[in-house]
Design a protein around this ligand. Structure first.
Ligand code: MG
Length: 248
């Protein structure tokens, strides 16, 4: 098979040498990978390393110093202090983030460990483009609102949730939307999402932001913070750890 393909290629490209389609610059930058899967590579911006929330501010008052609870290397949602967002703003990136639904979680449907990762936090509507965080290990809800969904737009390709009490990982590739001068959409946002190493969103093209009620909409914005949701459900707060990204 290989020999046949090679003969065909030789015949087709007989006037050219292999070197004619090979090039040597620009040379890709060297990035030292993390020591193990999930550890930040050398060019990562670390947003939470287990010690403090210096990279974060409360969404409801970005001048406030109130945070979530940091202990034993993890940060746990403090619902009274609300959503937390990064001080920095980003366009396109590769994000790694880990979360844990507590083993003693209660509630059902959307009221069972609800949180969320807003890939670009926006100061209007429901607040941006949300990748849902929820306990969907044997917990059903509307499919375009379960863990791994791009909330209210795309259900996950599969349900890859681990049991409550276990740490879970999200690896997300985000391409921010681009807008024309007049505010119209130039190119839609795109997201690829792996939940626990399993592909759940494959280069999904977003239809707009993710409102709770109504259709998604695009409104012009630029680089934006990343926001973590303190959901108002009555279930026990969830935790996050090991958050970093690489700008693309
Ligand atoms: Mg949510």
């Amino acid at each position: 098979m290989r020999a046949a393909a090679s003969l065909w290629a030789t015949a087709l490209f007989s006037q050219t040498k292999p070197e004619e389609t090979e090039y040597y610059s620009p040379v890709p930058k060297v990035v030292t990978p993390g020591a193990a899967y999930g550890k930040p590579p050398s060019d990562a911006i670390v947003l939470f390393d287990g010690k403090n929330m210096d990279e974060w501010v409360p969404t409801k008052d970005t001048s406030s110093t109130s945070k979530w609870t940091v202990a034993k290397g993890v940060m746990t949602v403090n619902k009274a202090n609300g959503d937390m967002q990064t001080k920095r703003r980003f366009m396109d990136y590769q994000l790694h983030i880990e979360y844990q639904i507590p083993s003693y979680i209660t509630g059902s449907g959307q009221a069972r460990g609800n949180s969320g990762i807003f890939l670009a936090a926006l100061p209007w509507g429901a607040g941006g483009y949300e990748v849902q965080v929820l306990d969907n290990y044997k917990n059903t809800t509307y499919v375009n609102g379960q863990a791994g969904s791009l909330y209210k737009q795309y259900p996950p390709l599969v349900n890859a949730c681990r049991k409550p009490g276990e740490w879970q990982t999200y690896d997300i590739i985000w391409t921010a939307p681009r807008f024309n001068e007049d505010g119209t959409l130039l190119s839609a946002a795109r997201a690829t999402v792996m939940l626990n190493g399993v592909l759940v969103q494959n280069n999904a093209v977003l239809k707009g932001d993710t409102p709770y009620i109504g259709a998604p909409e695009y409104k012009k914005h630029g680089a934006s913070p990343i926001k973590l949701q303190a959901h108002g459900d009555k279930s026990e707060p969830i935790s996050y750890r090991n958050i970093w990204l690489r700008e693309l």
